[in-house]
Ligand binder design. Structure first.
Ligand SMILES: Nc1nc2c(ncn2[C@@H]2O[C@H](COP(=O)(O)OP(=O)(O)OP(=O)(O)O)[C@@H](O)[C@H]2O)c(=O)[nH]1
Ligand SMILES: [Mg+2]
Length: 278
């Protein structure tokens, strides 16, 4: 993987079909504008694309809006969770449903601008992952401090070096992304993807993207519960990565080591259930 940051250049077109995954939880005020923007902007960068909205058990009108959008436009698809399963689970559902040569994801809360895909596209052919980083992060100071500390922890625990690990604006080679066995239900999904992709020798490029304040809908990404859950998931992932091999199968230990390992794994999973939702 490389961490060099290139200057943005003129955007060529994506050499293949794109699946854009939009996780949405209670985004009734934002979703329609996000989908509309994507339908307007994407044709400038890719010949064929699909937009996959994942309604993560929203309690507002997100599901109804997404249903209407999908009925009106064949390039929009809807995946619905019958209950809220978390950000990571929402992304994973979208990835599984995708079929594009390239898969991109972006939050559905209008904090990113799909036009910034122009910065990612030039690197798509050469790299397996083109990860955005927020050039100016529009979040409260405590969120930024926590994010910095988290970036350092991820570097130490997983050897993953990204400027902005949780930036929700990333483009992947579809085949690689769909081959990763992902299980983080919450915010740690980004770390899990990068840690596993790294074991596959994925080539990474990072590019700056814009980030805007949330103007509608409820902010929840920085709640104490979300942060507690992320810390717990970090522990679980750290444990699991000790056994992860790129072929997809976990490397199991034998004998006593195995028994202790699975007991710890079960304990960690149980703890995680206590901290539901991102
Ligand atoms: N928070 C949260 N977001 C979810 C969930 N499932 C899907 N999402 C979507 O994931 C994206 C990111 O969530 P946000 O709550 O915006 O998280 P954030 O950008 O880190 O933080 P804020 O916008 O400040 O709350 C949004 O598009 C949400 O609608 C979930 O269970 N919890
Ligand atoms: Mg947000």
């Amino acid at each position: 993987m490389t961490g060099d940051i290139p200057a943005a250049s003129a955007s060529p077109r994506l050499p293949g079909r794109l699946s854009l995954v939009l996780p949405a939880y209670n985004e009734e005020s934002n979703l329609e504008a996000v989908v509309h923007d994507a339908l307007t902007v994407l044709p400038a960068y890719v010949d064929r694309f699909e937009i996959i909205v994942v309604d993560d058990g929203s309690r507002d009108r997100t599901g109804a809006i997404a249903t209407r959008l999908a009925a009106a436009e064949r390039r929009v698809r809807l995946i619905s969770h019958d209950r809220n399963r978390g950000y990571g689970a929402a992304l994973t559902s979208g990835f599984r449903a995708s079929s594009g040569d390239f898969v991109m994801f972006m939050d559905a809360d209008r904090q990113f601008d799909i036009r910034d895909i122009r910065f990612l596209v030039p690197f798509a052919g050469e790299y397996d992952i083109v990860a955005g980083f927020r050039m100016e992060r529009n979040d409260p100071i405590h969120r930024r401090i926590f994010a910095e500390a988290f970036n350092v922890a991820v570097r130490v625990l997983f050897g993953v070096h990204l400027r902005d690990i949780d930036c929700a604006f990333k483009l992947f080679r579809g085949e690689l992304l769909r081959s990763l066995p992902l299980s983080a239900p919450g915010a740690l999904i980004n770390t899990e993807i990068q840690a596993k992709a790294r074991r596959h020798g994925a080539r990474l490029q990072q590019v700056g993207v814009h980030h805007y304040p949330r103007v509608a809908g409820q902010a929840s990404g920085g709640s104490p519960r979300v942060i507690a859950r992320a810390m717990w998931e970090t522990l679980v992932l750290w444990w699991r990565m000790r056994f992860y091999t790129p072929c997809g199968a976990d490397r199991r230990r034998s004998g006593a080591g195995s028994a202790v390992g699975s007991a710890v794994g079960r304990g960690l999973a149980w703890g995680g259930r206590l901290l539901r939702r991102r």
